[in-house]
Design a protein around this ligand. Structure first.
Ligand code: URA
Length: 302
């Protein structure tokens, strides 16, 4: 429940920073939230009056509470033009290692990463048929230097398992190579995430393109609307529902757009799970993976 609450709070912050001024919440949802909050208060020791929000199972130490303001996007400062990515000749591993060096030493990436945190490149099998593309590293990812290792990543790993694969069988990348910054006092941990700006994504895109070129997957899966916008272009669609579940193309590869795993963390109904699952069934079919009757029927009891 705590994870779901954190995911909900994150989503509300994301919407706020995206300019959304109000959200409609049903009376039943408000009542359910009140019950949850009352339950949390009842189970919290009296001394722990200040709510310190730390992601569940996070490897990030508890942080001082920081008042969240709408994001001052670093886009305030003009960003340098996207980096040219020139890789040495050689096999996939040689080129990927060179790319990792380039990204880690990119002055713009480094300038956006808080002290002690890491620039993040994709991870996985360089022979993968399927490449997942997410949005940006979060708190856990910038500590580990690996995409999708926090709660959403753990769910993604389970989704990959439901497809009959292991995390090591696929490649997982992000459009962004750093965690988009929020205003945070020096020495404090950043709380919450914001979606990257168009400019930030445009900056990092050559690194994603280079990963696609190196891995040469049979197909791509964009997770969530920010990743889809980064790949397909801002303004291509209004709501993810318009484009999910249908094949598109990016960098000459078939691209399936589906919901971000964090959507399921916020929305645990079988109906939501089935929507993503139907998209993933299409991915499995197109990648030539076997699909059992049992897999076809996952989450049908909606
Ligand atoms: N969400 C993303 O889009 N990417 C990550 O790496 C983690 C969470």
């Amino acid at each position: 429940m705590r994870t779901a609450l954190i995911a909900l709070t994150d989503e509300l912050r994301r919407l706020k920073t995206a300019g959304v001024k109000s959200v409609a919440v049903s009376d039943e949802s408000v009542a359910a939230l009140r019950r949850v909050v009352a339950g949390c208060k009842a189970s919290r020791p009296a001394a722990a009056a200040a709510p310190v929000v730390t992601p569940a199972k996070s490897s990030v130490p508890p942080a001082p509470v920081v008042a969240l303001k709408p994001v001052a996007s670093p886009a305030g400062k003009p960003m340098s033009p996207p980096p040219p990515v020139v890789l040495p000749p050689g096999g996939k591993q040689v080129r990927w290692d060179a790319l990792l060096e380039l990204v880690r030493n990119d002055p713009t990436c480094r300038a956006h990463v808080r002290p002690g945190k890491l620039v993040v490149l994709g991870v996985g099998n360089l022979e993968a048929k399927i490449m997942f593309v997410g949005e940006a590293p979060g708190a856990d990812e910038e500590v580990k230097g690996e995409p999708f290792v926090g709660p959403a990543g753990q769910l993604l790993t389970r989704m990959i398992g439901a497809m009959g694969l292991k995390r090591e069988d696929v490649y997982i990348g992000n459009i962004m190579n750093w965690r988009p910054e929020m205003p945070t006092p020096p020495g404090a941990q950043q709380i919450g995430n914001r979606p990257p700006t168009e400019e930030e994504m445009r900056y990092c895109l050559p690194y994603l393109r280079a990963q696609i070129e190196i891995v040469a997957p049979a197909l791509l899966v964009a997770l969530g609307s920010t990743a889809a916008q980064g790949l397909l272009g801002f303004g291509t669609f209004k709501a993810l529902g318009e484009i999910r579940g249908r094949w598109r193309e990016f960098a000459g590869k078939p691209l399936m757009v589906t919901y971000h795993p964090s959507y399921i963390l916020r929305n645990q109904s079988n109906r939501s799970k089935r929507m993503i699952w139907e998209d993933l069934l299409k991915v499995m079919e197109r990648a030539g993976l076997p699909v059992s009757d049992k897999q076809r029927a996952f989450f049908l009891d909606r």
